[in-house]
Structure formats: C-alpha cells, structure tokens
Design a protein around this ligand. Structure first.
Ligand SMILES: *Cc1c(COP(=O)(O)O)cnc(C)c1O
Length: 460
C-alpha cells in the first residue's frame, strides 16, 4: 500500500506537458511540446517499473534536461556530415566522392542566385543544360557528343531505350551483373523496352558467340564492366575493339557501360579500370559512366559517343525524367575542368588524392591520431592495414598503408563503434581483430583530430 501511494504522489508531481514545454526557452513551441510529451510518457513508464530517482526537484531538472536533449536531437538535420575513418574511398553509404574545392565553389555560386542553366546568353534564347559540359566531355574523351543524366544507372537505361527499344540487345553471360543491390543488367534492359539476348557462358564469351546472335531483330550490343567482382582462371571476354569491329560490320551500335569511368591519365592505381577514351576510340556509339565514382565529382551519369546516338538519347522521352539538376551540373563542370591538367586533377580531386596518397603523408596523420589518443590516456598504435577503393570499383586493389589502431580497453569494441556512430560529428570506423582502426587515407588533418577527440570522448 505504501508503495502504491508513493507512486501516486510521484505521478502527481510530474509537470504538465505545457509547463515542461514552457521551460524549454529557445526551442520552437511545437517541438518543445513534442519533446515534453515524450519524456513525461517515458518517465511514467519507468515509474510503472518501480524505478525512482532522487527527490522531486532533481527529477524535474532531469526531465527538463532530457526534453532539451530530445528537442536538440530532433533539430539536427537528418542528412549531415560524418567522418569516414573506414579507409573506403568511395563508400556508397557515406555519399561516395567528396567534391574538389572548385566544385564546391561552383555549386555555391550557382545555388545562390539565377544561372544560365538553359539560356544562351549570346543569342538571348533558350539553350540546353547539357551544353555546359558537352564540349569539356568531348575534349576529355575524344567523343563527338555528350550529355548528362542523374546517375549511371539512368544513363544505361536511357541509352538502351533510345537505341534498342522494341528490339534485341546482345549481352555476354559474363556481364549480366548486379551493382549495389538494385542495378541489374537484365532488369535494366527489360525496363528499357528492349529484349535481352544472352550469349556465351559465365566464364567465356567469344566473338563468334556475338556473331551468331546478330540478326534482323538486333538493336544494339551492350557491354557492362563487372565493376565489383572479377572472374579468374579459364575466362575469356571480347575486347571492346573487337566488339566494335563486329558491330561496325553489322551496322549496329555498341553501348559500353564502363561504370566508374577513369578519366585520370598516368595513375597506376587506375590501370585496371576501362578507359573512357579507349572505348570512344574503339568506336562505341555510347559510353556510360558515373560522375561520383573514380571521376570524383557529383552524382551524375555521363553519356559520350557519336552525334547520332547522343541525339537519339536527348530526343527520348526518358531524357527529361533522368535529367541532372543545376547543382550537379555546376559541380560536374568544374570537376571535369580540373582534368585538363593531370597534375592539377591529382592534387585537387579528393578521390584521386586519397587513391595516390603517399606512405609518408599517411604515417604522419596516423601518428597525429596516435599521439592525441595517447595524450588523452588511450592506448593506440600505428600499424599497417589495407584500404579499399569501394563504390564497386577495383575490387582487387588493396591500398596498403599505416593506420591508427585503438585498443578499446575495458569497453566492448561494438559499444565503442556505436558511441562513435551516434556522437557529434558521427565517426565511422572499422573493427579488426579487437582493434578500432582509424584510417588516415579518408581523413584530412582536421578530421583526424576530430576522430581522435571523438574516440577519447567515447572511451571516457
Ligand atoms: C556503378 C555502376 C553503375 C551504376 O552507377 P550509378 O552512378 O551508381 O547509378 C552501372 N554500371 C556499372 C558497370 C557500374 O559500375
């Protein structure tokens, strides 16, 4: 009975939602009311479990603090920056490529006011949004014409629909790939309105397999780069040169989905990626690639190729549905412009800089984290580990380098990772053999400092 009346007394001592909300100065009213309602309901539940804490005045202060914390969390933007300490350069879950400073400036200036997105200033009449990057793309890839979509999946869909809808598209069985869970070549071909004709086998496809499949119903030959896996052993695929030779003789277009699209010249780490320029030179009607993979720009799909094939894409009804926005175009144009000077692009484009970062630079940054952690009383050391490119590119490439490994001490590694993920700013790191690894490859110096500070706070 005594317990019962104690509970009732405490229930009565709970403030009203309005009264608690009124204490949250500076929080918008609707948000304050929601936070107050939530923490009061929660407190009621814990009372039902028989949990009591402190006296009533203390309890009220706790309620106010909790409500304020809730309101603050609700006011955080849902989409916000995180620190990527995983060493995975193109992490699709973490937004793929960070932009070059020039691209960020371009986005900001175009976002701030009006722009000539679809306006020809010299003529004073309507223009094309694709015009801003077309000349640059042609210059960098050797293509006759170019256009942009909102991503590479859209580029492949549009290319296939524009060149082969209602007809057959020939694809090697070794290239019926899936990228990132939802992009599947057979399904994309299906959605384009074309009919898929599979040739060859999973491991071997030869030129005469394609030759036998070509007929009056054929609309195009599609090649897709197996970006995120490799087959090895008894394997054979037809080179883009031979494929284009066959297509030329048959009067057919080749659509080449190279995926990541390496534009950087003379970067040994990129040697395994199909070159866009090489595919254009071989005679592909359309080459499709991503803006935010190894190119290091914004999310976009790039289509480069012959004047006729690009014109058919632009005229297709899907073109409007998959067109890029002005912010992406601004970022894309300034990123592409950096590629005119290979040394400049390697220095300024974050993805290329991380890819080619030297041992010395990485060791210095790893050591900076180790020292900051040691100073804060945590146990950390510098060891060697392998980072990945990620984003479904170069799956075999291991980027060896020094990383800062943290000993979680008495704390469970999972708990440390959870605290880092839910902190501000969130830090995403990987775990290996009981260590928490902070990889300097995907961090700049300021982020490395912040990551070390976040680990200390999480351990403390
Ligand atoms: C990544 C990739 C895609 C999809 O590109 P998004 O830009 O993510 O739409 C399509 N094809 C290949 C071969 C890829 O590697």
């Amino acid at each position: 009975m005594a317990e019962m009346s104690d509970r009732q007394r405490r229930l009565r001592s709970l403030p009203s939602v309005e009264a608690l909300a009124a204490r949250l100065h500076g929080v918008p009213h609707a948000m304050a009311v929601r936070a107050a309602r939530e923490v009061i309901a929660l407190r009621r539940d814990t009372m039902d479990l028989g949990t009591m804490d402190g006296d009533d005045a203390q309890a009220l202060d706790r309620l106010e603090t909790d409500a304020r914390e809730r309101a603050r969390a609700a006011m955080h933007p849902a989409l916000r920056p995180v620190i990527n300490a995983t060493g995975v350069i193109l992490h699709t879950n973490l937004g793929r490529a960070p932009l070059a400073p020039a691209a960020i400036d371009a986005v900001s200036s175009v976002a701030t006011g009006y722009s000539n997105l679809e306006y020809e200033l010299a003529e004073g009449r309507r223009g094309s949004r694709h015009a801003h990057v077309e000349a640059l793309l042609c210059e960098l890839t050797g293509a006759e014409a170019a256009m942009v979509t909102n991503n590479c999946a859209a580029a492949v869909l549009l290319a296939t629909a524009a060149l082969a809808s209602g007809r057959q598209v020939i694809v090697s069985r070794g290239q019926l790939i899936e990228i990132g869970g939802s992009f599947r070549v057979p399904e994309v071909v299906g959605q384009s309105g074309a009919r898929l004709v599979e040739v060859g086998t999973t491991n071997r496809t030869r030129l005469d397999d394609y030759e036998r499949a070509v007929g009056p119903e054929t609309g195009a030959i599609l090649r897709a780069h197996p970006s995120n896996f490799r087959t090895l052993g008894f394997v054979e695929e037809v080179s883009i040169e031979d494929l284009c030779g066959l297509a030329r003789r048959a009067g057919l277009p080749v659509i080449d989905d190279v995926g990541s699209g390496a534009l950087g010249e003379g970067i040994p780490e990129l040697a395994d990626e199909p070159s866009v320029r090489g595919s254009v030179a071989a005679g592909s009607a359309l080459v499709c690639f991503s803006g935010d993979k190894l190119l290091g720009g914004p999310q976009a799909g790039l289509l480069v190729g012959s004047t006729d094939a690009v014109a058919r894409c632009r005229a297709h009804p899907l073109a409007r549905a998959v067109r890029p926005d002005k912010l992406s175009l601004a970022a894309l144009e300034s990123t592409l412009a950096l590629y005119r000077d290979p040394a400049l692009s390697a220095r300024e484009i974050p993805v290329l800089r991380m890819l080619t970062a030297g041992e010395e630079e990485l060791r210095e940054r790893a050591d900076l984290m180790r020292a900051a952690l040691a100073e804060g009383g945590a146990c950390a050391r510098v060891m060697t580990a392998a980072a990945k490119v990620g984003g479904g590119a170069l799956p075999l490439l291991e980027l060896e380098g020094p990383v800062c490994a943290v000993d979680p001490g008495a704390m469970e590694l999972d708990e440390l990772s959870r605290r880092l993920r839910t902190g501000e700013p969130p830090v995403i790191a990987r775990a290996r053999e009981g260590w928490l690894m902070l990889d300097p490859r995907t961090l700049n110096d300021a982020e490395a400092h912040a990551a070390a500070g976040a680990v200390l706070a999480a351990l403390g």
